[in-house]
Design a protein around this ligand. Structure first.
Ligand SMILES: Nc1nc2c(ncn2[C@@H]2O[C@H](COP(=O)(O)OP(=O)(O)OP(=O)(O)O)[C@@H](O)[C@H]2O)c(=O)[nH]1
Ligand SMILES: [Mg+2]
Length: 474
């Protein structure tokens, strides 16, 4: 059997895109500059029609800025003074010809320039279409394309490191190596299937078993990085729960370092849910301040309490707040009942006041959880609270380096799990001396999962799902 044939998919030729696409690639609003990006076969000719250089230059030099004006070629009026750069294929983001027009960053100017570009025959790009072309053009694999969006969305240093590692192709490189080794093993097995009369070399098969075993072990390690990787990539949602007046809004403000939520001595101050992202030791935490849970005084508060309960139930994590200056009461007990089974940290607030809750009582109520005394008013104990949150979410240090791969995407984890299962079956098959067809089947299935992971065999549906998350112009 020829292993380079249909049994293993290989990278096809780059797909050429007929249409030229364009979009505003910078965010809406006013800014110093704003960029209209064009990619595709007509990018250069469109630019020539609209751009009038200040110095009379008959042609663009690729990858060089040129200074001039964009002219509305119907009215002959200048629209903006710009810097324009043509990047000739293939040394570009999409591997097609790309033109970037760097205008002044006003919404109307950018919209006008884009309109002119579209009038000359470009089509408005879909979300993520530039990156999709980079992928289809073979410049990056699917995991790297996914990293682009993670990079843009990264909210902490660690999430940025994970995205950068992926964009630089650490996972993609590991997969390339893995593929080569699997193809080698498959070739050996298939040679024996095709020529059964030949003597099987026990040494070669022993070596293969050891190699595959080591690969399985390595993949296990990558999979085990997922729980933490996911937390750093996606962040977690955390609801601050507690009865009225315990200091939930005060804590939100202290963690945010701004007066975001209204704080008053009146119980029932917070009605709606207030959400903000805070960086807790590298973890992006979506923190939710909620209405204090108690018997609602009116219908507004009733709705607030309903929303609070909903958020507490949905949150990945709960920060339970008690007021140490007041004895525990029925409201506290109800909340404790409500959050049973949730991952949590307990903050006992108002430690600047005389304590009315013995610490033994709190320990007895929460034997499994970390309990931190704090004062939101005095900004005291907050660092300990942050540490407690971080250690209850991640136990290990997460460092995404070229040597240490962190898997942070569920799609990658699923594919790796599939590969691991196939290869452990293959190892077991070699141990039990099962039929070579069975082992070949498992290795081929692992190669298929690998093809899905890097995007070679990913379906249109999968691609759409990935790229629709992008913004327009990326
Ligand atoms: N002494 C003391 N007072 C605090 C502390 N934290 C909050 N307070 C006070 O407690 C009162 C209630 O604080 P909030 O932050 O509004 O409490 P809350 O839990 O959000 O209250 P609701 O929104 O009504 O549920 C305010 O007067 C705060 O100044 C603290 O650590 N020590
Ligand atoms: Mg409040």
């Amino acid at each position: 059997m020829n292993i380079s044939s249909s049994s293993i998919s290989s990278k096809g030729p780059p797909i050429s895109q007929e249409e030229t696409i364009a979009a505003i690639s910078t965010p809406f609003g006013e800014s110093g500059i704003g960029i209209v990006r064009i990619s595709g076969p007509s990018a250069e000719s469109i630019a020539r029609k609209l751009f009038r250089p200040k110095k009379d230059q008959p042609y663009f030099i690729s990858h060089h800025f040129h200074f001039g004006e964009i002219i509305d070629n119907q009215s002959g009026n200048p629209v903006d003074e710009v810097l324009i750069v043509l990047m000739k294929s293939p040394r570009t983001y999409t591997r097609e010809d790309i033109v970037e027009i760097h205008c002044h960053g006003g919404y109307f100017i950018l919209q006008k320039v884009l309109e002119l570009v579209l009038r000359e025959g470009a089509r408005l790009a879909q979300p993520g279409e530039f990156t999709k072309r980079a992928f289809l053009g073979g410049r990056i694999d699917l995991t790297q394309a996914e990293a682009v969006i993670d990079l843009i969305r990264a909210k902490t240093q660690t999430s940025l490191e994970i995205a950068t590692q992926q964009l630089r192709g650490v996972l993609c490189g590991e997969m390339g190596e893995l593929r080569a080794r699997l193809i080698e093993s498959l070739a050996l097995i298939e040679a024996h299937i095709d020529f059964p009369e030949e003597e099987i070399e026990p040494i070669a098969f022993g070596q293969m078993k050891r190699d595959l075993g080591l690969i399985v072990h390595r993949i296990e390690e990558w999979i085990s990085s997922y729980e933490e990787g996911r937390i750093f990539r996606e962040g977690i949602s955390c609801a601050i729960a507690g009865k009225t007046n315990v200091g939930k809004s005060s804590l939100l403000n202290v963690l945010l370092k701004e007066e975001r939520a209204i704080v008053t001595p009146i119980p029932g101050t917070t009605r709606d849910v207030i959400e903000e992202i805070v960086n807790i030791h590298g973890i992006p935490v979506r923190l939710m301040d909620t209405a204090g849970l108690r018997k609602p005084a009116d219908s507004i508060e009733q709705e607030g309490v309903r929303r609070a309960k909903e958020r507490v139930a949905d949150a990945d994590f709960v920060l339970l707040m008690l007021d140490g200056s007041r004895a525990l009461d029925g409201d506290d007990r109800e909340i404790i009942e409500e959050i049973k089974g949730k991952k949590k940290v307990v903050a006992v607030n108002k430690k600047d006041l005389p304590s009315e809750i013995p610490s033994e009582e709190v320990k007895r109520l929460f034997p499994e959880d970390v309990i931190v005394p704090i004062s939101a008013l005095r900004n005291d104990g907050i660092e300990d609270l942050k540490k407690a949150i971080r250690t209850s979410l991640v136990q290990r240090e997460v460092r995404a380096t070229p040597e240490h791969l962190v898997v942070a995407n569920i799609r990658h984890k699923r594919a790796l799990t599939q590969i691991r299962d196939n290869l452990s079956n293959a190892v077991k098959g070699l141990e039990d001396k099962t039929s070579l067809e069975f082992i070949a089947f498992e290795i081929r299935s692992a190669l298929e999962a690998l093809g899905d992971l890097v995007g070679e065999t990913a379906t249109e549906e999968v691609l759409n799902r990935i790229f629709e998350k992008f913004c327009i112009g990326k």
